[in-house]
Design a protein. Structure first.
Lengths: 59, 139
């Protein structure tokens, strides 16, 4: 059984989902890369922000 | 340019060779195959690797493969999402992959990976269809 940590699962999820979003939601290759990166940063960034928020709530 | 802003009327009248829904059906059956049909090789490869990896990781994490059911709404939605995986889901069912009951957190992530892989495959198949019929401009 593959036991990923929560964060590594997030990184993999963000990477694969961002590739598909980038390709399907934009028309030119340059825009695809830009949008894919934007999605990846948003996926990971929001997870980190939410994690810190939960850490502060727990305190 | 966002998909919603794509000029729908741009090339709709342009005739696509063969069956108009071939890219949609093949794209659903095997991730990326719809884009192969529209001759977007790199996109096809990236979609195949991303969706197949996501599905495989989900199985490796002992995620649950939903079965056809008429019970809980979430179970039915889970099945609909899984079914989006096309041949991956069919193979998974034939080979009896996946686990029936989620017992550890990792397996829960795995279940979500499998469902999302199916949903992403549907998005990818629709994109291939749009390229095929000319609704989305091919670059």
């Amino acid at each position: 059984m593959l036991a990923l940590s929560h964060f590594s699962a997030v990184l993999l999820f963000a990477t694969f989902a961002s590739v598909v979003f980038g390709i399907t939601q934009r028309t030119s290759p340059k825009a695809m890369i830009r949008y894919g990166l934007y999605c990846w940063v948003m996926f990971v960034g929001i997870v980190i922000a939410a994690s810190w928020l939960m850490w502060f709530i727990r305190r | 340019m966002m998909a919603s802003k794509v000029q729908v009327s741009a090339k709709l009248e342009e005739k696509s060779p063969g069956l108009p829904y071939a890219a949609l059906i093949l794209g659903w059956l095997i991730p990326g195959l719809g884009h192969v049909l529209t001759k977007h090789w790199i996109r096809a490869a990236l979609l195949f690797v991303s969706i197949t990896s996501m599905f495989t990781l989900g199985i490796m994490m002992q995620g649950k493969l939903y079965q056809p059911n008429m019970g809980d709404v979430l179970e039915m939605l889970g099945f609909a999402g899984d079914l989006g995986g096309g041949a991956l889901y069919i193979l998974g069912r034939i080979m009896d992959l996946g686990h029936g009951a989620v017992q550890v957190a990792t397996a829960d992530y795995g279940t979500k990976f499998i469902v999302v892989a199916g949903l992403l495959n549907i998005i990818s198949a629709v994109d291939a269809h749009n390229l095929r019929i000319g609704r989305k401009p091919a670059c």
